[in-house]
Design a protein around this ligand. Structure first.
Ligand code: CTP
Length: 410
């Protein structure tokens, strides 16, 4: 479950933030709350602290008794800088309610409280739920401030219409119900890939020895196909490059078939420029015969010597040329021993943002298996995905890749 940072600013709708926290905790998330000074005139910090069992912070200078950790986490040994530590470990930051004043500060990049400094330093997905009187909401100053936030990738949650706090007034400006806020937060965390362009490779390449024989590997392509299928179902535009995969193309996915590592390299080069995320699930053959016989080699009674040369490392080449906002995901099939350390080394060597590692010495997860168990490794986290269907594993891979990409493209 996820770590939600909630910023509460001054407004009567602050009482709805309490219900949000209660629902979020009931759904299994952990929450830390930052309140502006004026929000404390509407609701007490003790209310949140009672529900969460963790302190609320208001000033950027105040010491955090939890040292930037979330409830249930181990406290770091040192005293970190408060507004940097909390946002670094948060998975998402929601400001609800966001008053006109707080919206203006966030749009202007001001940093004069724990809430505003944290918001500015936050690389996780950020959501802002404005709630105020209709005239304040519709004033061009507020409209423009919200546009500025949207342009910077902040998810602005439209307020609802109905009766407003001031007696007899009716209009737009109501904070959405807490369940709706939680739904928006959860979809920011897990879900929606619309607007994402994914390039996925799958299968194993084959390097011809002669017209009927090849050097290849046992990759079935099932994991890459599952990633392509789930990404498309979650709204992404997906191009799938399949190397010798005998499976139907997932609906809505554009497929290109290749055979050899160099064909795979060319196809990747052709499509990488328009992609936000590359998921390199294919297993390219690492060696190819130096000479390919044009006729079928005859059987001999003693030895046939094959001289092999290394193929190009596609991922390493692509990462050298990747644009700043592109996210590259590699796979690492490791065999026993300190598999995670080797995968980390591979992540650095290939210059990728994330590595999906599986330990192929585990007998439960064969090459052609419909299940998998992986460790997702990035510079910010290590996620163990216990044995599960390849579609579920695909979703977990996409969740992590999506968060990394959102952080990178801020
Ligand atoms: N890969 C690639 N080009 C190659 C070989 C591998 O792009 N010629 C990619 C794979 O698609 C995978 C990642 O690199 O995403 C790691 O592949 P792996 O076979 O585990 O790594 P190798 O480079 O072969 O390294 P080693 O032999 O040291 O395990």
């Amino acid at each position: 479950m996820s770590k939600i940072l909630l910023g509460v600013s001054g407004g009567i709708a602050a009482y709805k933030a309490v219900e949000f926290v209660r629902l979020a905790v009931a759904a299994g998330h952990t929450v830390r709350v930052l309140m502006t000074a004026s929000s404390r005139r509407f609701i007490g910090a003790e209310t949140f602290e009672g529900i969460l069992g963790s302190p609320v912070l208001t000033s950027e200078f105040e010491k955090d008794p939890l040292r930037g950790s979330f409830p249930g986490e181990q406290l770091p040994g040192h005293e970190p800088i408060g507004h940097l530590a909390l946002v670094e470990s948060a998975d998402v930051f929601l400001v609800a309610p966001a008053s006109a004043n707080t919206v203006a500060k966030l749009a202007g990049g001001q940093a004069d409280s724990m809430l505003t400094t944290s918001f500015l330093a936050c690389e996780a997905p950020r959501l802002v739920a404005p709630a105020m009187n209709e005239r304040m909401y519709l004033d061009p100053a507020t409209t423009r401030n919200l546009e500025v936030l949207s342009e910077r990738g902040v998810d602005v949650i439209e307020p609802g219409s109905g009766s407003l706090a001031s007696k007899g007034e009716y209009g737009i400006g109501r904070l959405p119900e807490p369940a709706e806020l939680l739904r928006r937060v959860e979809s920011a965390l897990n879900g929606d890939l619309s607007g994402f362009r994914l390039l996925v490779t799958a299968g194993g390449t084959r390097e011809p020895i002669d017209p009927v024989r090849f050097v290849g590997n046992r990759s079935s392509g099932r994991m890459g196909f599952a990633v392509a299928e789930r990404a498309q179902a979650r709204g992404a535009e997906v191009i799938l490059i399949a190397a010798n995969v005998n499976m139907a193309t997932p609906a809505g996915v554009t497929r290109h078939d290749v055979e050899t590592t160099s064909e795979l390299a060319v196809a990747c080069e052709d499509h990488i420029a328009g992609s936000d995320v590359l998921v390199m699930a294919a297993a390219p053959a690492d060696f190819r015969p130096v000479q390919v016989s044009s006729g079928k080699l005859k059987r001999t009674d003693d030895f046939l010597e094959l001289r092999l040369e290394a193929t190009e490392d596609i991922l390493a080449t692509l990462s050298n040329r990747a644009a700043a906002g592109q996210t590259l995901v590699g796979f690492a099939a490791e065999h026993g021993g300190d598999a995670e350390a080797r995968a980390r080394e591979k992540m650095a060597r290939k210059g990728v943002d994330m590595i999906v590692m599986n330990d192929v010495s585990d007998p439960r997860i064969g090459f052609d298996s419909s299940v998998n168990a992986v460790t997702i490794i990035s510079s910010s986290e290590t996620v163990e995905v216990e044995i599960a269907g390849k579609h579920e594993v695909a979703d977990r891979i996409l969740d992590s890749a999506r968060l990394i990409h959102l952080k990178k493209s801020r």
